[in-house]
Design a protein around this ligand. Structure first.
Ligand SMILES: Cc1cc2nc3c(=O)[nH]c(=O)nc-3n(C[C@H](O)[C@H](O)[C@H](O)COP(=O)(O)OP(=O)(O)OC[C@H]3O[C@@H](n4cnc5c(N)ncnc54)[C@H](O)[C@@H]3O)c2cc1C
Length: 378
């Protein structure tokens, strides 16, 4: 690898590769077929410190650097897109955010359990009218006694089927959009949360996505960070999440490329392996080149994020490039396998469906382009 890993990073990566090979990959097809949240696999991941990879050891995390985390997510993503996404949500969008913005009391109550794998987290930002326009929060949090009453609907909340903690965003200043949103730490079993499974999804099946109808009372100590400053926290969390989704996408894309190469070497037409045909070679060469180019952007974004710097452009570039390269790789793999890939239940068929989500969640490709352009032209 072009990247020189420290002995610590290399050792961690080797451990994750073993876990991915022995525990995650054998379950991937069944997770996809059943659409059931893989609680056992997610629990097992905790033994390798995969629930609080970058969280400091003082709070029960593994205390690893961001690059090590991203490398681990790529390895897991290569084995199962669903498991990788679930881990990205609980790490980047929940545990890292509680460590970043929480009080010591909040970290003590929630972060230790998240980082140790006793519970997983969910992140409830999207609403029926707040997708790409996430600042358009219609859920409201109004004063109720000393605390708040949160009323609203959240959609597509990954991990919700099994989460112990949900970070809920709601408007505390209706009309002020991103200037008036607050983040709340809400136990998933709080009275007043109705969870409904989202309709069957094309890919990353088994992610435990649910819609939430909320009418919940929260205490003042459940506010994460400062009142009205929650939107900035969501954007902070998503900078890390996008690095990790870039890594996940690369894992999916690499798995597709591996399948294409293996098939091209063994499938014969016109008396020779199809790998000897230039048309096939070019698809493989293009997919490998695009994945590697995107991988370097991912490494760069992980390094910037790991230094504790803001990484809006780097994270968005990494996610944009990686998700599109991975989509391209899955598409080319489908072409190389042709009917063998198009069959329901083939690995490439699953990867082809899974990869599409990486261009949608944690901000669509259009949203990433908007962020990049805004920062470069402001
Ligand atoms: C599998 C899955 C898991 C998810 N998990 C979570 C989760 O855990 N928590 C959570 O909060 N959300 C989650 N989401 C929601 C996800 O973040 C949103 O789907 C995403 O932000 C896009 O919003 P939308 O689907 O409403 O699309 P829309 O915002 O309706 O966009 C529709 C289309 O219009 C484009 N568009 C919108 N505005 C513009 C613009 N200004 N310029 C150009 N193009 C534009 C979009 O790029 C897209 O192509 C998840 C979604 C999926 C599919």
């Amino acid at each position: 690898m072009f990247l020189d890993l420290t002995p610590e990073q290399a050792g961690f990566k080797a451990d994750i590769e073993r876990f991915a090979r022995e525990v995650v990959a054998p379950r991937a097809a069944a997770i996809d077929a059943s659409g059931e949240f893989p609680s056992d696999v997610i629990r097992a991941a905790a033994s390798l410190g995969l629930h609080g990879v970058t969280v400091s050891t003082a709070w029960g995390g593994a205390g690893r650097d961001y690059l090590g985390y991203a490398l681990a997510i790529e390895v897991i993503g290569r084995a199962s897109a669903t498991v990788a996404t679930s881990l990205v949500v609980t790490n980047s969008l929940v545990a890292e955010l509680v460590e970043h913005a929480g009080t010591d009391a909040q970290r003590d109550r929630w972060l230790r359990r998240l980082a140790g794998g006793e519970m997983i987290g969910a992140f409830a930002l999207s609403e029926p009218s707040a997708g790409t326009d996430a600042a358009n929060q219609q859920a409201t949090a109004t004063s109720a006694g000393e605390g708040y009453r949160i009323v609203g609907r959240k959609v597509w909340v990954a991990n919700a089927v099994s989460a112990g903690l949900i970070i809920v965003f709601a408007s505390t200043q209706p009309g002020r959009r991103g200037q008036g949103v607050t983040a709340f730490l809400v136990p998933a079993d709080a009275p007043g949360i109705t969870r409904t499974a989202v309709d069957d999804s094309l890919g990353v099946r088994g992610l435990g996505c649910m819609d939430l109808d909320l009418d919940v009372i929260v205490a003042p100590d459940q506010v994460l960070g400062r009142v009205d400053e929650g939107f900035g926290l969501a954007m902070w969390a998503l900078q890390g999440g996008r690095v990790a989704i870039a890594a996940q996408a690369l894992g999916i894309g690499q798995a597709a490329l591996d399948e294409a190469i293996a098939h091209a070497k063994k499938r014969e037409q016109f008396g020779r392996p199809i790998a000897q045909f230039e048309a096939i070679q070019w698809m493989i060469a293009d997919a490998a080149t695009e994945l590697d180019a995107a991988r370097m952007l991912m490494w760069k974004a992980a390094s910037v994020k790991g230094r504790g710097e803001a990484s809006p452009v780097e994270s968005s570039m990494a996610k944009l490039a990686a998700s599109e390269a991975a989509h391209g790789a899955a598409d080319k793999a489908m072409q190389v396998l042709a009917s063998a890939g198009y069959r329901r239940g083939s690995v490439v068929e699953r990867l082809f469906r899974d990869v599409r989500a990486t261009e949608i969640y944690q901000g669509t490709s259009e949203a990433q382009r908007m962020i990049i352009a805004k920062h470069l032209s402001s």
